[in-house]
Design a protein around this ligand. Structure first.
Ligand SMILES: Nc1ncnc2c1ncn2[C@@H]1O[C@H](COP(=O)(O)OP(=O)(O)OP(=O)(O)O)[C@@H](O)[C@H]1O
Ligand SMILES: Nc1ccn([C@H]2C[C@H](O)[C@@H](COP(=O)(O)O)O2)c(=O)n1
Length: 231
């Protein structure tokens, strides 16, 4: 399946779990007034739908059908912050963002049939005036012709620390060691799978944010956009 030929400028931000992709993608989309694709949400929703329908995570053909017919809507939230996600008529809350759902998403995402079923749906997000897309294979598979590709990374320890603080701020207690082990397991599964593994595109710029603030990363990406004449 080929990438859409629409003249839409796409910026991709790929990287491992907790590297800050979602944060930077959302800030950038808001700054530019562009659309936003959180591709991980589609894999997470597929995993949730599989649980709701009692589909086994090894049953690739049923998961492929489920992913291909995912009944999901992304609507502006009532507060104006972020999006409300409606899966099969029910609003999906913070449960979508848990490490457990992330781990399940990582398992279904390793199945080629599921990835193929979600490919066009992701490409359909490319609409004028532009799109910021974050995930694992945005620059390598989904939008190989993207105008700017960023691979955002950070050490596993720093990413576990960020996740720990994120949960702490929400009043959720967690074990740092468990979070670190979960992140390492997810890195391993996402980068070792045979189809669309987590890796930088050949033409991606690599940003290690271990010692960078959110603002510094954001400025760096905008600077790259300026250098390419995209803003
Ligand atoms: N450069 C940074 N410095 C400090 N904290 C950061 C930085 N970037 C992101 N964070 C924080 O780290 C946490 C994880 O960020 P975020 O959810 O954007 O990561 P992600 O790569 O999208 O993760 P996932 O793939 O699991 O969804 C958030 O609390 C975010 O505020
Ligand atoms: N383009 C993508 C996006 C996500 N996945 C898989 C792998 C992740 O572990 C899982 C959850 O993603 P997150 O919400 O944490 O970004 O979904 C993928 O394979 N490809």
């Amino acid at each position: 399946m080929s990438e859409s030929q629409t003249p839409v400028t796409v910026v991709t931000i790929d990287g491992p779990s907790g590297s800050g992709k979602g944060t930077i993608a959302a800030l950038l989309a808001r700054e530019l007034g562009w659309g936003l694709l959180d591709s991980g949400a589609l894999y997470r929703l597929t995993a949730l739908a599989a649980m709701n329908h009692g589909v086994d995570f090894t049953d690739e053909s049923s998961l492929e059908v489920l992913a291909g017919h995912l009944d999901v809507q992304f609507l502006p939230s009532e507060t104006g912050e972020g999006l409300s996600i409606i899966l099969e008529g029910e609003r999906v809350g913070e449960s979508l963002r848990t490490e457990d759902v992330g781990a399940m998403a990582s398992k279904v995402a390793a199945l080629p049939g599921v990835r193929a079923a979600l490919l066009q749906r992701q490409r359909d997000f490319a609409e004028l005036p532009g799109l910021v897309a974050d995930g694992r294979d945005m620059g390598t598979v989904v939008f190989p012709g993207a105008a700017l590709k960023v691979f955002l990374t950070a050490s596993a320890e720093e990413r576990a620390k960020r996740r720990y603080e994120q949960l702490h701020q929400k009043g959720i207690s967690a074990s740092f060691d468990r979070l670190l082990a979960d992140i390492q397991a997810r890195d391993e599964r996402d980068s070792q799978r045979t189809v669309a593994p987590l890796k930088p595109a050949d033409d991606a710029i690599i940003l290690d944010s271990t010692r960078m603030s959110i603002q510094e990363v954001f400025n760096k990406v905008l600077e790259q956009m300026r250098l390419k004449g995209l803003v």
